[in-house]
Write a protein that binds this ligand. Structure first.
Ligand SMILES: Nc1nc2c(c(=O)[nH]1)N[C@H]1C(S)=C(S)[C@@H](COP(=O)(O)OP(=O)(O)OC[C@H]3O[C@@H](n4cnc5c(=O)[nH]c(N)nc54)[C@H](O)[C@@H]3O)O[C@H]1N2
Ligand SMILES: Nc1nc2c(c(=O)[nH]1)N[C@H]1C(S)=C(S)[C@@H](COP(=O)(O)OP(=O)(O)OC[C@H]3O[C@@H](n4cnc5c(=O)[nH]c(N)nc54)[C@H](O)[C@@H]3O)O[C@H]1N2
Ligand code: SF4
Ligand SMILES: [Mo]
Length: 726
C-alpha cells in the first residue's frame, strides 16, 4: 500500500477512495474520501476507526461542496484604486505585500506588522507555527490568534495555582463529571478530562452505563444537560459564585481529600475563609438555583472517586473568567482528582516533546510575562498578544502602532469584540491581507486576499486533538487532492514573505530551508520537532491506538517541596469583589436593572463560527442566528416566533429574529456568534443574521490577567421592532 493509502478500489474504476481526516473543526474525525477525476465526490466516517467508530457531523460531510464550490476563491485578489478587486497571481500578490511590509517595517519598526490566526488557520497543523516563526524572523511581537478571545484563562489560571505535573483525572474511568458551560454534542469540544468531541454521544452513553454521574452547569438545558443527573440552570455570569458555593460546602462538610490536601495544598484555611461568605442560601438566591440541588451537586461530586470539573466557552466568556477557571481547578485539587503514580494518561501527547509526568506539583508562577500591550496594563502570554486589544493597537497613534495585519483563516469583522471598533481598525490599516477561501466580511476590507489550499489539499497531523484524544491515538494525512487553483498552504504564505523580506522562518526544528522549497511534510517535521513520537513514525501510524505507549505517571521527586496555592492574594481579593457585586452586571460597572436580560453564547450544529452560509445543506438549516428566548419572556414582551427585536447592550444595539426555546432559562437570550456581515445596521438580518460581537465592549468587565472581554452573559435590554405577522 502506498503511503497515501489509496485504498479500496471501487467498482467505478475512475473513483478511488482515500483515508484522511476532517479539518473543518478541531475534532479531526477520520474520513473516507471518494475522488473521481480529481474531485471529491463523497466523504464518510471510518466505521472501523478504533476511537471515532465512524462518527462525523453535518459540517464535515459538506466537504465535497466546500472543495469544489463555484464561489471558492482560487486565485489571489488585489484591490484596485477604485476599490474593486482584480485577480492576480499569488507571486504578484506576495511581491506587492512584501514591498508594503518592507516599507512599514522600515518606517515604523517590526511591531507595526501583526498577524491574526483564526479558527480556519488553527485547523491547519502548521499555520500557527508558521505565523509564529514569521514573527520571530522579523522580530515582531504582534502575533495574535483566536485563543485569546476564546478560553485564555485556561492558559494562565493553572500557573497561578501550581500545576499537577501528571495532570488531572481522565474521562476514561471518571465516575463523576461537572461540565460548566460546554456542550460537546454540538461543539465537539470538551476540556481535558471532560467529555470530548470524539464520538460524544456514544462515549457519554458508555460512561453513563458504567455509572458515571453527570452534573451540568448551564443556563440552557443543552443536549448535554438533558442527559445530566443534575442540571444547575445557573443565571449567566454567576459561575464564580456557584463554584465558590460548591467549594464551601465540600470544605464545610469535610468532603475533601484530607490526605492529598495535607501533602500538597499550602493554604486550605485561607481558601476556606475566602469562600465562607458564599453560603448555600446566598448562592442559591444569587444564581437562582434551588439550594438542595447545589448541596446535592457538591455531595455528588465529592462522593466520586475519579472525575473532574471542567469549563467551556460559556463561563470563560462571562465576567471573572480567570477566577472561574481557578475555582474549577480548586474543586479538582481539594478532591484530589489527580493522576497518581502508576496511572496512565488518557491521550498520548505524541506530537509535542515529552516532559516528565511525576505525581507532584510544579510551583505556582505567573504566566503573563510577555511583551506589554499598549492598553489596560495587559501583556502577552503563551507567546502571543491579547486579541481584544488589537483594534486599539491599530487605531491609536504612538510608538509601536500596528499598521499591517495578515489574517490567516479568521474573520475579525464578525468575531472580534466590538464590531464598530473592529471595522474602524480594518479601515485604518495601511495593509490588510486576508488568507481565506471565502469573500468573508473581513476580506471585504482587504488590500489583498490570498487563496488558500483547503484541507484535502494539505498534509496534516491532528495537532489540537493530540492532547484531547480519549486514547493514545495517532493519525496523519497526506494531501489527497491536487490543488484547485493558484492556492497556497498558510505556511507557504509566510515562507514566501520571509524569502522576499530576507528574514528567517525559525521553527522548533530549525529554520525553514531557503534554497529549496520544502513540502508540507517537511514543515510538519520542523514544527513538531522532537515530538514524543517522531513525525515519520506518526505518518506510518494512522488511526491507531497505542495502549503500550500510554504515558505512565512516575513517583514524585523526593526533593519536591512545591505546593498548590488555592487562595493567592489576587484571588482572595477578586472573590471579595464578586461577593460585593449584586450580580454579573456589576462587573461591567453598569446598572443591571436597565439591562434585565443576559445574552449568552452558544454553538449551532450547522455552523462553525462564521463558516457555513455558503454551503447549501448548512444554509438550508437557517439563514439567521435566532435569538432563542424562553416562551414566558416572549409572552411578557408580546413577542412571537419570527418577530424582529432590537437587543441593546451598554455598548451598542443589534437586530435579531426571535425563536422560542423552552430549553433557555428565563431572563436569558441564547445566540450564536460570528453571524451577520460588515453592515452596522442589520438590514439583512433575516438573510445573514446578527453579529453579537457588536454588543461587546473591550474595556468593560475585562479580565485583568488575560484581557478577555465579556462575550457571554452580556447584560442587554430588548424591544419589539417588527411583528412577523403584523
Ligand atoms: N460574542 C462572541 N464573540 C466570539 C465568540 C462568542 O462565543 N461570542 N467566540 C469566540 C471564539 S471561541 C472564536 S474561536 C472566535 C472565532 O474567530 P475567527 O476564527 O476569527 O472566526 P471564524 O468565523 O471561525 O473565521 C474562520 C475563517 O477561516 C476561513 N477558513 C476555513 N477553512 C480555512 C482554511 O483551510 N484556510 C484558510 N486560510 N481559511 C479557512 C473561514 O472561511 C472563515 O472566514 O470568535 C470569538 N468571538
Ligand atoms: N457546531 C459547531 N461546533 C463548534 C463551533 C461552532 O461554531 N459550531 N465552534 C468551535 C469553537 S471556535 C469553540 S471555541 C468550541 C466551543 O465549545 P463549547 O465551549 O462547548 O461551546 P458551546 O457549545 O457554545 O457551549 C457553551 C455553553 O455555555 C453556556 N453558557 C453561556 N454563558 C454561560 C455562563 O455564563 N455560565 C455557564 N455556566 N454557561 C454558559 C451556553 O448555554 C452553552 O451551552 O466549539 C467549537 N465547535
Ligand atoms: S466534528 Fe468537526 S472534525 Fe468531525 S466531522 Fe464535524 S466538523 Fe469535521
Ligand atoms: Mo473558539
Amino acid at each position: 500500500m502506498s503511503i497515501d493509502e489509496a485504498i479500496m478500489p471501487t467498482s467505478d474504476s475512475a473513483t478511488s477512495t482515500h483515508l484522511s481526516f476532517c479539518r473543518v473543526c478541531h475534532a479531526s474525525c477520520p474520513m473516507e474520501v471518494d475522488v473521481t477525476l480529481g474531485r471529491v465526490t463523497a466523504v464518510r466516517g471510518v466505521a472501523d476507526d478504533p476511537l471515532f467508530a465512524g462518527y462525523t457531523c453535518i459540517k464535515g460531510r459538506q466537504i465535497p461542496e466546500q472543495m469544489s464550490h463555484p464561489a471558492r476563491i482560487r486565485q489571489s485578489l488585489r484591490r484596485r484604486a477604485d476599490g474593486t478587486f482584480e485577480e492576480v497571481s499569488s507571486a504578484d500578490a506576495l511581491d506587492g505585500i512584501a514591498a508594503e511590509l518592507r516599507r512599514i517595517i522600515d518606517t515604523y519598526g517590526p511591531r507595526a506588522v501583526a498577524s491574526y490566526t483564526g479558527t480556519g488557520g488553527y485547523q491547519n497543523s502548521v499555520a500557527v507555527p508558521a505565523a509564529r516563526a514569521f514573527h520571530d524572523g522579523i522580530k515582531s511581537s504582534s502575533f495574535y490568534t483566536s485563543v485569546t478571545i476564546d478560553q485564555p484563562a485556561k492558559s494562565v489560571a493553572p500557573f497561578r495555582t501550581g500545576i499537577w505535573e501528571a495532570g488531572y483525572h481522565n474521562f476514561r474511568d471518571a465516575d463523576v463529571l461537572i461540565a460548566v458551560g460546554y456542550n460537546p454534542m454540538v461543539s465537539s469540544y470538551g476540556p481535558v478530562g471532560g467529555l470530548q468531541g470524539t464520538d460524544p454521544f456514544v462515549k457519554l452513553r458508555e460512561a453513563k452505563a458504567r455509572g458515571m454521574k453527570l452534573i451540568v452547569i448551564d443556563p440552557r438545558r443543552t443536549e448535554l444537560a438533558s442527559r445530566a443527573d443534575i442540571h444547575l440552570a445557573v443565571k449567566p455570569g454567576e459561575d464564580p459564585t456557584l463554584l465558590a458555593g460548591l467549594i464551601n460546602i465540600i470544605l464545610d462538610e469535610g468532603l475533601f481529600d484530607h490526605e492529598f490536601c495535607d501533602q500538597w495544598v499550602s493554604d486550605l484555611d485561607a481558601l476556606g475563609k475566602s469562600v465562607a461568605p458564599f453560603t448555600t442560601d446566598y448562592v442559591a438566591q444569587r444564581c437562582d438555583v434551588p439550594a438542595d440541588q447545589i448541596i446535592a451537586a457538591a455531595r455528588m461530586f465529592a462522593a466520586g472517586t475519579k472525575g473532574t470539573c471542567g469549563t467551556g466557552t460559556g463561563p470563560n466568556m462571562a465576567p471573572h473568567p480567570s477566577l472561574t477557571e481557578h475555582l474549577g481547578i480548586v474543586l479538582n485539587t481539594i478532591c484530589g482528582r489527580v493522576n497518581r503514580e502508576g496511572d496512565l494518561l488518557e491521550s498520548g501527547l505524541f506530537l509535542y516533546p515529552e516532559t516528565p509526568k511525576r505525581a507532584q506539583v510544579i510551583a505556582p508562577r505567573s504566566a503573563v510575562t510577555g511583551a506589554p500591550a499598549r492598553f489596560r496594563n495587559l501583556r502577552g502570554y503563551r507567546g502571543e498578544m491579547p486579541t481584544a486589544t488589537l483594534s486599539e493597537e491599530i487605531i491609536t497613534p504612538g510608538e509601536g502602532r500596528v499598521r499591517a495585519l495578515i489574517v490567516s483563516g479568521g474573520n475579525p469583522v464578525v468575531a472580534w469584540p466590538d464590531q464598530e471598533l473592529t471595522i474602524r481598525a480594518m479601515n485604518d490599516l495601511e495593509l490588510l491581507v486576508v488568507v481565506d477561501h471565502r469573500m468573508s466580511a473581513t476580506a471585504e476590507f482587504a488590500d489583498y486576499v490570498i487563496a488558500p489550499t483547503l484541507a484535502l489539499e494539505r498534509a496534516d497531523v491532528p495537532h489540537l486533538m493530540d492532547r484531547w484524544f480519549a486514547a493514545p491515538y495517532t493519525n496523519y494525512t497526506d494531501a489527497i487532492l491536487e490543488r484547485d487553483g493558484d492556492v497556497l498552504n498558510e505556511w507557504e504564505v509566510f515562507w514566501e514573505l520571509s524569502q522576499r523580506l530576507g528574514s528567517t522562518l525559525p521553527f522548533p526544528g530549525g529554520d525553514a530551508p531557503t534554497d529549496t522549497r520544502p513540502t508540507d511534510h517537511d514543515i510538519i517535521e520542523l514544527a513538531y520537532a522532537n515530538s514524543r513520537m517522531p513525525i515519520s513514525e506518526v505518518r506510518n501510524n494512522r488511526r491507531k491506538i497505542h495502549p503500550e505507549k500510554a504515558m505512565v505517571v512516575t513517583a514524585a521527586d523526593p526533593s519536591c517541596t512545591a505546593k498548590f496555592t488555592m487562595a493567592p492574594d489576587d484571588i482572595v481579593e477578586e472573590l471579595a469583589v464578586v461577593r460585593n457585586e449584586s450580580d454579573g452586571a456589576d462587573a461591567l460597572g453598569i446598572d443591571g436593572t436597565r439591562f434585565p436580560f443576559r445574552l449568552v453564547s452558544r454553538r449551532l450544529k450547522h455552523r462553525l463560527n462564521s463558516l457555513g452560509n455558503e454551503l447549501s445543506v448548512l444554509a438550508a438549516k437557517g439563514s439567521t442566528n435566532p435569538a432563542y428566548m424562553n416562551p414566558s419572556d416572549m409572552a411578557a414582551y408580546d413577542i412571537a416566533d419570527g418577530d424582529l427585536i432590537e437587543i441593546t447592550s451598554p455598548r451598542a444595539s443589534v437586530h435579531a429574529v426571535v425563536e422560542s426555546a423552552p430549553d433557555v432559562r428565563t431572563g436569558v437570550i441564547s445566540m450564536a456568534h460570528s453571524w451577520g456581515g460588515s453592515s452596522l445596521t442589520d438590514e439583512k438580518v433575516r438573510d445573514i443574521g446578527t453579529p453579537t460581537s457588536r454588543l461587546v465592549s473591550v474595556d468593560q468587565g475585562f479580565d485583568p490577567l488575560t484581557g478577555m472581554v465579556v462575550q457571554s452573559a452580556i447584560p442587554v435590554a430588548i424591544k419589539l421592532l417588527e411583528k412577523l405577522n403584523a
